[in-house]
Design a protein around this ligand. Structure first.
Ligand SMILES: [Zn+2]
Ligand SMILES: [Zn+2]
Length: 303
């Protein structure tokens, strides 16, 4: 099953040096999930061939502009392009008010429904559970209410050993029950144990998205064992005082979090405008956690 994330924006605060404010798109089994929607996200979607019509879920971490100022534009374009199917939107309660006000004064009546789910910044909650994925909010510690999002792949059915099934002559009609773990009894009454006909599916993967936050152990348990951990790394560690003042994280701290929570891979993003190039941020994190990459726009990372 496909489970990958494409970076659309990696800048904090303002667009600069061709870097756009935060946005990412997750592809889970060919369904697209948009996480944050900074200014310019629509342009980035066009640039990297991400079709808005394929997005049915949008998650907004918090109401600092670099995470949502592109949202109303995107919702408006969906309307103008004739969208009819409902859109599920997740975010802080005030987001609904912001959207409603904008459409009220432009006298826009959307042709599709927005199904809005309020996120709780104080408590982890499951906000989606479908056949592909379970999504939980991650309460973070920022200047204003902020949540990250944790995407946990659903356990897949067992995989069939097709050659073995054909050799024994197992009818296709029983394949579904075999995938669910049943044994097979042939017409002569001989029983074939399930584990001789199938193998376990791949272990379900986890993607943790930790947007703006100060270093705070409160969410470490929840993101433990992430296959891919995205963590903001706004500053180098020589700016740790500034990071604390503004409720952000340094690259070194992000790497330390990856170590402490046993992540397999780390992705750094939300870079300050003070860094024209990002090599130092990468180097600092890799000195502690070698499996670190930069959230470069247009790049896709497999979870
Ligand atoms: Zn931000
Ligand atoms: Zn912020």
């Amino acid at each position: 099953m496909k489970f990958e994330v494409t970076i659309l924006g990696s800048s904090s605060a303002t667009p600069i040096y061709n870097r756009n404010p935060t946005s990412q798109v997750l592809n889970i089994n060919e369904r697209l999930y948009l996480i944050d929607c900074g200014e310019g996200t629509q342009q980035q979607m066009l640039r990297f061939d991400v079709r808005a019509s394929r997005i049915d879920h949008i998650f907004i971490s918090h109401l600092h502009g670099d995470h949502y100022l592109g949202l109303v534009g995107l919702l408006s374009s969906m309307h103008l392009n004739g969208r009819k199917k409902p859109l599920k939107l997740f975010g802080p309660p005030q987001l609904k008010e912001v959207i409603d006000l904008q459409f009220k004064y432009s006298e826009t009546h959307l042709q599709y429904d927005i199904e809005f789910t309020i996120t709780n910044p104080n408590k982890a909650e499951t906000i989606i559970a479908n056949e592909d994925v379970i999504v939980e909010t991650i309460p973070l510690d920022h200047r204003i209410a902020c949540t990250g999002f944790l995407f946990r792949e659903k356990k897949r059915l067992r995989k069939l050993l097709k050659d073995e099934l054909e050799r024994i002559g197992v009818p296709v009609e029983v394949y579904t029950s075999l995938k669910k773990g049943a044994d097979y009894t042939n017409p002569e009454g001989k029983i074939y144990k399930n584990d001789t006909l199938t193998v376990d599916s791949d272990k379900p993967k986890t993607y943790s998205y930790c947007s703006d936050t100060i270093y705070n152990e409160q969410y470490f348990d929840q993101i433990n064992n992430s296959d891919l951990l995205y963590h903001e790394a706004t500053f180098l560690h020589n700016m740790v005082d500034r990071a604390n003042e503004t409720y952000h994280t340094t690259a070194l701290q992000a790497a330390d979090i990856a170590v402490k929570t046993n992540a397999k891979k780390l992705l750094l993003g939300h870079f300050s405008a003070r860094y024209k190039t990002l090599d130092e941020l990468l180097g600092e994190a890799q000195s502690v956690f070698p499996e670190t990459s930069l959230a470069i726009e247009g790049k896709t990372f497999v979870v």
